[in-house]
Write a protein that binds this ligand. Structure first.
Ligand code: ADP
Length: 785
């Protein structure tokens, strides 16, 4: 957690560093203290920029470099003086959970001119800065690269003009540059997500959920306009996550006559039982002639043809506002950390890069190539090359376009022709098992609609395996699952219990009686275990010899072959919200909080909750807790409060230790407090599982359910009867056999063997603990192909 008192930057350059560095102190050979790294935010603001800035500043400090902020983006570089400020640890305190950017952003016309750029070079070199982390959109990063390209020529001019000495110029012969894309539009080609996009989706989904309830009450139609001038990511993902009916995106303009087709689809939806209709329009949507498709145009088309009352909601700047989502805090922290290390270690010949994300990992992209490809999309759109425009968004985007089209189609087309050997459509039972995970409903909805589209008969089992044993199942139609896109909880119910051996016969009987041809288990560890037992027992119980596919849904994030399970992102957002409040209350009272997070023995939720809330300390069951460590930790807490701190946050995993429980930790820290502060426990409990699923969990649910249905189709077609699980592995959805589960997870401790997130502990302490002195390894960064 950060110190609460955000000390204001002095506004004055630090005189000790403003002077030109002595020969040999800076430049390519510079090490330690003499490396000066500036961070700036430019162009449109985006939630999560603060997390990047905080991570850059603190990682630089950890590495004995000197961090600077260039206030107000490139304008600050051009103006110089108090716009370029040396940053301290506490200058970035208390900003992690704030939207916008604490160091200001602006658009600056002067920076586009040579004169302005020359001034920027002069001002940066005067401070001894030749390493910059620039956070902004493609415009800001183009400007950054332009500055880099012109740097040495401008330095020569400055020497000729007597504004920079030859020694200064020689000490900083080139600009080292790392870009981080801050843009809610998610329009950078080559990076899966940009800083701010996930938070914008949160704002849009909050609005769509609210609109859905009023629209359903009045049977109304709403047109929702979202941002995205050239990129339809926000529109498409919010249409999927919001369970909407129609979407218009810039990359795929509809063919002539779209008004009639849209109205026909809406009419069919009503006939199929939908109570609300929501159409999402990206601000850059257009038709094939390049004419804008505005929310107004859509409204008129529906009113004219269907005579319905249509309301428009234009979300505008609401999408940029509010607190950053959990993802925009943790991923932005990783990006800032990585970008700072890139700059610390930058040397001669290094190319400017963008530190982005691909498949849930940090990726290094060549800056100008990424910008060029991003800008090329505009050309594809104006030349009518829509295939290229859609392709530029990656294969996942096209897949989601198809999925949206299928799921929103109100008639059961039954495109598939798969039949069982006795000639009827396969009957697929969908069920949950294990603890509740937010996102189970959207996963079940996607499974039902996509299964119907394949020609399957879809059955819903109510109440997990006990429900199946009791024959509690019913056929589900397209309309039955209509309202499940964003609901928390689980309409089908879930249960933790696994069938016992003496129930196998009865289980087999129910499967046969209900003619179940395949089983889809959307749930957690116990669900996987039950499915594995069925596979292992299929020789003895022939009814178990059927395709079984498990879909990971658990806030514990402890499932094999699943880097992220459905539900864990929502739990993390829930924790961020509650802990933000706890921090507020604690700061007023000189208090240390020991918060307890769920996850059973898996530390993912605890560690990530720590990163997204700025906790100083996390206790993970993977590490255990020792008495000597507690003694050191207690001393550190005392030192922090003695140093003027008025709050301290510790997060412990619920099963971090059998002995040192949350209660015990609280007492130990209180006992050592010497009256300086008090200590309170905060068990986050079941609120972690509650609430509507986050946009990420909804879209992940749809992607995984789609893959699982595809897997069942493949098995039916090939006459296979395998027990498998699907999940994100190395950022891609893969299918693996249940019988290999024990290679990926320790079945006794229920812990994944090699979790991808363990290295992130180092990042947490680097950005949250001033005294963390461990030598850092460069995080794994994928090179773009
Ligand atoms: P974004 O970074 O969000 O795309 P803009 O395109 O408005 O926002 O760019 C922000 C700022 O970046 C501009 O005001 C300007 O200072 C700088 N910039 C943008 N494009 C260039 C360019 N081609 N050359 C130099 N500077 C640029």
């Amino acid at each position: 957690m950060d110190e609460p008192a955000k000390s204001e930057p002095t506004g004055q350059p630090d005189q000790s560093t403003a002077a030109a560095p002595a020969e040999g102190q800076a430049g390519e050979g510079a090490t330690g203290e003499s490396r000066k790294i500036a961070v700036l935010t430019s162009g449109g603001d985006a939630q999560g920029m603060n997390a990047v800035v905080r991570a850059v500043v603190r990682t630089a400090l950890h590495e004995d470099a000197v961090p600077y902020a260039v206030m107000e983006g490139w304008k600050g570089a051009v103006e110089g003086g108090s716009f370029i400020r040396k940053m301290t640890w506490s200058d970035v305190s208390g900003i992690l959970n704030e939207g916008g950017t604490a160091i200001g952003t602006a658009r600056c016309e002067a920076f586009r001119e040579r004169d302005g750029m020359r001034k920027a070079v002069r001002n940066l070199v005067a401070e001894g800065i030749d390493r910059v982390v620039a956070i902004g959109g493609d415009g800001s990063l183009t400007g950054a690269d332009e500055l880099r390209a012109q740097w040495s020529g401008l330095l020569d001019e400055l020497v000729d003009r007597g504004e920079v000495t030859r020694e200064q110029a020689d000490a900083h012969p080139r600009l080292h540059l790392a870009g981080v894309v801050g843009s809610i539009d998610n329009d950078l080609v080559g990076s899966d997500m940009t800083v701010g996009t996930d938070s914008a989706l949160h704002r849009i989904i909050e609005a769509i959920d609210a609109i859905s309830s009023t629209a359903a009450s009045h049977q109304r139609t709403f047109v929702v306009e979202v941002m995205g001038r050239r990129c339809g990511y926000l529109a498409l993902m919010s249409a999927i996550a919001g369970g909407c009916d129609y979407v218009f995106i810039p990359e795929l303009p509809p063919e002539e006559g779209w008004e009639g087709r849209m109205c026909e689809k809406l009419r069919e939806g009503r006939a199929a039982g939908r109570r609300d209709s929501i159409i999402v329009v990206a601000e850059g949507a257009q038709d094939r002639q390049g004419n804008p498709i505005t929310a107004k145009l859509v409204q008129e088309a529906i009113q004219d043809r269907l005579g319905e009352d249509v309301r428009i909601t234009s979300l505008g700047h609401v999408q940029r506002g509010g607190t950053p989502s959990a993802y925009d805090r943790w991923m932005s922290t990783i990006l800032g950390y990585t970008a700072a290390l890139e700059m610390v270690h930058a040397g001669e010949g290094d190319e400017p890069c963008i530190v982005g994300t691909r498949r849930n990992r940090v990726v290094r992209l060549r800056l100008m190539e990424a910008i060029r490809e991003t800008r090329a999309v505009k050309g594809y759109l104006s030349s009518g090359d829509y295939e290229a425009a859609v392709d530029s968004r990656g294969p996942g985007f096209r897949g989601m376009l198809d999925v949206f089209e299928t799921m929103s189609m109100p008639v059961e087309i039954h495109r598939g022709h798969i039949a069982t050997p006795d000639g009827r459509p396969p009957r697929v039972a969908v069920m949950h098992a294990g603890g509740l995970a937010p996102g189970m409903d959207p996963a079940a909805k996607a499974a039902v609609r996509l299964g119907l589209d394949r020609g399957f008969t879809m059955l819903g089992v109510v109440g997990g395996f006990p429900g199946l044993l009791d024959g509690e199942l019913r056929e589900l139609t397209w309309a039955d699952v209509d309202s499940w896109a964003g609901s928390g909880g689980a309409h089908l119910g879930t249960h933790r219990s696994v069938p016992a051996i003496d129930q196998y016969y009865a289980l087999g009987r129910e499967i046969e009686k209900n003619q179940i041809d395949a089983l889809m288990v959307i749930g957690g560890f116990t669900g996987y275990l039950a499915a594995l037992h069925m596979v292992e027992e299929k020789n003895r119980y022939p009814a178990f010899d059927l395709p079984i596919v498990c879909v990971p849904a658990s806030i514990d994030n402890n499932l094999p072959g699943a880097e992220l399970s459905i539900g864990v992102d929502t739990a993390l957002n829930n924790n961020a919200e509650v802990i933000d409040r706890i921090k507020q209350s604690a700061a007023a009272n000189h208090r240390c909080f020991v918060a307890e997070a769920m996850g059973r023995r898996c530390g993912y939720l605890t560690l990530m909750s720590g990163i997204v809330t700025g906790a100083e300390q996390v206790y993970l069951s993977e590490n255990g807790i020792s008495l000597s460590q507690l003694s050191e930790d207690a001393a550190r807490i005392v030192k922090a409060f003695e140093g003027g701190r008025d709050l301290y946050l510790v997060i412990a995993n619920e099963e971090a230790s059998d002995y040192y429980t949350t209660d015990m930790l609280t007492k130990i820290f209180e006992a050592e407090s010497r009256g300086l502060y008090d200590v309170r426990p905060a068990v986050l409990g079941h609120m972690q599982q509650g609430g509507n699923p986050s946009p990420f969990d909804r879209t992940l649910a749809v992607r995984l359910a789609n893959y699982a249905i595809g897997e069942l189709s493949r098995q039916f077609e090939k006459g296979k009867r395998d027990g498998v699980f699907v999940g994100l592995s190395d950022g891609q959805i893969k299918v693996q056999r249940l019988t290999h589960m024990d290679e990926l997870i320790d079945l006794k401790t229920r812990l994944p063997v090699d979790p991808w997130w363990r290295g992130l502990e180092e990042i947490l302490y680097t950005v949250a603990d001033k005294d963390f002195d461990k030598k850092l390894d460069m995080p794994a960064v994928y090179e773009a192909d």
